[in-house]
Write a protein that binds this ligand. Structure first.
Ligand SMILES: Cc1cc2nc3c(=O)[nH]c(=O)nc-3n(C[C@H](O)[C@H](O)[C@H](O)COP(=O)(O)O)c2cc1C
Length: 314
């Protein structure tokens, strides 16, 4: 799987994005992915401007290839992080968790390419009208915050609805998944769970081990009643959360309190019993820790063989 229109648009070698992952996708992981020819993406999550600038600085020390920033639109520091992205001449941002309308003009005026993560056709159509250069269609198999349509159903419907390239995300971790995504009309893939276990990923070792050992039915979605469902590995935290969520009379505040800081607890402190180990359904297929280069070259060469394509620049 060689260069295609997404690669040309972003100046990357392979049509593979590493998804922004709060508390996990730092400047080091993003640089490793970009050095391997994919698009590394730093997760801005709830960081303030200076914290994001530090991660960008780290990535710039480690790579001279293009990398992106994932902006979390609900962040209390979203204004600052948008400014930092523009000041640091970041080539591309992906946006998640909300409507990017308020920041679109500033980003586009600064020459930043905007790629929005969408979980539905109407949102894809809306962001195309706003000037997004591509969309990531993310199915509910994925780790982290999820919509309710599967990748298999979502990707072709988004492909048919927009005139910009579509990147498929959710449940893709090997060459078969990538080839399938391309058959559905995607021009690139975004992976989170696969890169969580990359050698260069700084997530806590307990978390990484739990993902590597996970089986096909080991994830669960919690938080539907709050309006922001999250997929994570089953553990004591998700069990107690689910019990509470199903108990009549539980208030949203009580649930929000249980979830607060849970991803950090798992990713940074290594508390995989009472932290949130966000992870996708494809974890059962992810059993080895590989370098980003191994991940990208294996998936691309395997997908090219499956699709019977020679490596070519189009
Ligand atoms: C631990 C974790 C944290 C995530 N955090 C974010 C985030 O901060 N912003 C975002 O847009 N997507 C986030 N995602 C989604 C990923 O960027 C990616 O789209 C998704 O993981 C793809 O599905 P997969 O896990 O099946 O590969 C997260 C995913 C995981 C697993």
């Amino acid at each position: 799987m060689g260069k295609n229109e997404i690669c040309e648009m972003l100046g990357i070698e392979y049509p593979v994005f590493q998804g922004g992952m709060a508390w996990i996708a730092d400047g080091e992981l993003a640089a490793a992915v970009s050095n391997a020819g994919g698009l590394g993406i730093i997760a801005a999550m709830n960081s303030n401007g200076e914290q994001l600038r530090q991660q960008i600085k780290r990535a710039k020390e480690l790579t001279n290839k293009p990398f992106g920033v994932n902006l979390m639109l609900m962040s209390p520091f979203i204004e600052e992080t948008v400014d930092v992205v523009c000041q640091e001449h970041i080539k591309v941002v992906t946006t998640g968790a909300g409507n990017p309308a308020a920041y679109m003009k500033k980003l586009l005026d600064a020459g930043v390419k905007v790629i929005c993560v969408v979980a539905s056709v109407p949102l894809a159509v809306m962001v195309e009208r706003m000037g997004a250069c591509a969309v990531v269609a993310e199915g509910c198999e994925s780790g982290g915050h999820v919509g309710d349509t599967t990748t298999m159903a979502l990707v072709p419907q988004v492909v048919d609805a927009v005139n910009i390239p579509v990147i498929a995300a959710g449940g893709i971790a090997d060459a078969r998944g990538m080839a399938a995504a391309f058959m559905l009309g995607a021009k690139a893939v975004q992976m989170g769970t696969r890169f969580l276990t990359a050698k260069e990923c700084n997530v806590h070792a307990n978390y990484k081990e739990k993902v590597l050992k996970a089986k096909d039915r080991d994830t669960i979605v919690t938080g539907k009643s709050l309006g922001h469902p999250v997929r994570a590995l089953k553990n004591r935290m998700t069990r107690e959360f689910t019990e509470k969520e199903n108990t009549p009379g539980t208030t949203p505040e009580e649930l929000e309190k249980m979830g607060a800081g849970a991803l950090r607890r798992a990713a940074i402190e290594g508390d995989v019993r009472y932290g949130s180990c966000m992870c996708g359904q494809i974890a059962g297929l992810v059993n080895t820790e590989n370098t980003c280069e191994e991940i990208i070259t294996q998936i691309c060469s395997g997908a090219a063989a499956l699709l019977n394509q020679s490596i070519k620049v189009s």
